[in-house]
Ligand binder design. Sequence first.
Ligand code: HEC
Length: 438
Amino acid sequence: MPHINFPFLGNSLVMALVIVVHVFFAFVAVGGTCLAFASEWIGYSKNSAFHDRFAKGYIKFLSDMMKMNGVLGVTFVVLLIGLFPEFATRLYNIFFWPLILEAALFMLMMAATAAYGNTWESTSNKAGHIFIGAVAAFAAVAATLVINAAWSFMLTPGTYFQDPRLLNAVFNPSFIASSTHVLLPCFINSAMFGYIYAFFKQRKAAADDAAYYSWMLDYCGTIFAVGILLQPLSGLSYLFTLKAVNVLIFDTIVKGVIVKFFWTMVSLATVAVSCSAVYLLSHKKKRKVLLAGGIAALTAFSFGAYTRERARKPFVIYGSMYMTGALVAAPKPAVETPPAPAAAPAKTAPAKPAAKPAALTPAAARHITEEALEAHGCLACHSYYGDGGTFGPALDAHLPHHTKADLKRILRKPAETMPPFDGTDAELDEFVNRLKPE
Ligand code: HEC
């Protein structure tokens, strides 16, 4: 199957960007649906017109946004998965029934949200109307949990590959911790959206509207501030769950290649937590402080989402499938080690020197190496004289430090973060000769 490379950004980055944008709006939709339902209920039981107005306003905004985000989700996310065909097929295969359920929940959510928004004025049965809101909120939360099952599975597949039962995949080791860590931001983000909206509306509003927007600021501000104080707890519980499941994942996050993203998220989250504390302690007077905290939190969210994605690399399904779609081979100790040293000296020494040109210019040698790296997909992770990926070390600097025998050993049994060479010994010899052609 030919592999497509997305222009300019590369496959991984374009996928990450689209997912982060899509998930961001999906979170607002999920949290906002729950907020609207809860607010209508509170408004009904406490006879508060502001709660009812807020709930209605939020749902109107969401019905429009959901249409757009639905298109973004279905069109881009589903299409971009075509960049990772082996992975998509495999994941769809494992999660076939949950994904069918996901589609059904999604349709239920869309239908219930539309019915909820459209019958607000016309219905005289308020309790029945609140029930439709409850259905929409339930479907939104359930859809989030189902998709998060697939998502958390990609990072911690647990025992599934030893014991392939769907329940092992769904209730994988980080399912619960990651679900909390995902649901809380739904409320945080949707409350912050409401807060930012009210913040700017209030400045230009007429007197009676100003009272409403001021109420909305306090209402959304409180939900946001309390939520953001809790989020670090769910974050730590998720992080330490990952540590318990696989310390390598934990190390990658806190001191590996993504450490910059992780600590940027932590710093921004600290800003958001401090601003929320100041806001609550000031009895909701310091509104600009909370606005700054909200912007920090929304930015932290993107860094967090990116950290979670990068923590998995070079795997798409941690420990069992590489980004390239290649499966991680089950260990087969007897077959691969003995023939390699035996075949290597016998083959490389006599056969190859005779075949290669007598004197190779450095530029020609470099060209041969670059072509070989390109052909074997190494440049997805490594750079060579500036071209290629940044995930692995730069090979123009590193190749000269290794002998051919070293390279064969590295390629057959690389670090966990690099896929092993899966060709025959003859192909490996040929490849290594092209890596060091002189
Ligand atoms: C999925 C990403 C990925 C791919 C694809 C990949 N590598 Fe790597 N490679 C790495 C990473 C990450 C390291 C560093 C591992 C470590 O030491 O922790 C590495 C290390 C190496 C090293 C050792 C570097 C040193 O001096 O420490 C060599 C040599 C190497 N790779 C060659 C290759 C070649 C040749 C290919 C293509 C057949 C390739 N790699 C494909 C990720 C990758």
